[in-house]
Ligand binder design. Sequence first.
Ligand code: C2E
Ligand code: MG
Ligand code: MG
Ligand code: MG
Length: 287
Amino acid sequence: QAKSMGRGDYQFYNSEMNASTLHRLTLESGLRHAVERDELQLTYQPQVELVSGRIVGVEVLLRWHPEQQRLVMPDVFIPIAEETGLIVPIGEWVLRTACSQLVAWRQAGLPDVRIAVNLSARQFRQPGLDDMVSRVLADTGCHAGCLELEITETVLMERPDSAAQALQRLSDMGVRLAIDDFGTGYSSLSYLKRFPIHALKIDRSFVRDIPYDADDAAIAGAVVAVAHSMGLSVVAEGVETLAQCEFLRGLHCDHAQGYYFSQPLNAAALASLLRDGLVTGAQIGAA
Ligand code: C2E
Ligand code: MG
Ligand code: MG
Ligand code: MG
């Protein structure tokens, strides 16, 4: 790699700058232009109501497809977007695109669903987040109650007081709030009470080995019980098998998403699933 760089660049190539640093810099400069070059795409993963098998929501998952290169997954580029602050304009693009898509589905006569959009730490702490969200809702004509924002518990626990205020402003607008990857961060259940949240998402690390792993089964059951006792609904992430699905239904877990029901899909594929109303896996499971 050093060889392919011009002479003038050589001074930068020292032990600090290894291949992965270069790779990162390449990603970073590419990401700066990703929105304007139209390289970002949204995928949509159905969230299924376990008792009925109906699709009640879709989680919006971002993909980056740089020209002439392989698809880049969010675990790779979101941290870079976060560190550089690019997540702020990118996140606004995600929200705007997702809200427009939801309105388009509704106008096409498809059954109503909610959209769940992920917010990173930087976005959540950005001053004026609530103004941005309400502007996007107004511009797109998306109803606030159709939008759910997902925030991880670590982000909330770092500065609980300002987090509670930020959540309250969003909640007052009618937006729903979900705690993502629940159980993986430092979680004090007493804090949960202070946050105006609507749903918990059980992290997929606890879903993977249920029903066979007794500890994970107990954790999943405890999360559902705590959530319900606080009036929150529960979404299980990463559901891949019928056995997991059945077990979660037995716990009275409200919703589930995962490859068992569907991979994240492009807008057209998701629209045809919505038109059918049910996902195949859920129908089998609910029989
Ligand atoms: P997340 O919000 O916890 O999203 C769930 C991840 O699990 C997604 O990965 C999804 O594709 C994957 N997944 C869904 N079902 C299954 C399953 O059955 N098995 C397994 N093994 N995985 C499953 P993805 O799309 O790679 O996204 C990774 C993370 O990147 C997300 O985790 C979220 O934290 C972040 N992210 C994605 N899109 C956005 C975005 O638009 N904005 C922000 N700020 N973060 C995003
Ligand atoms: Mg999420
Ligand atoms: Mg998650
Ligand atoms: Mg995650």
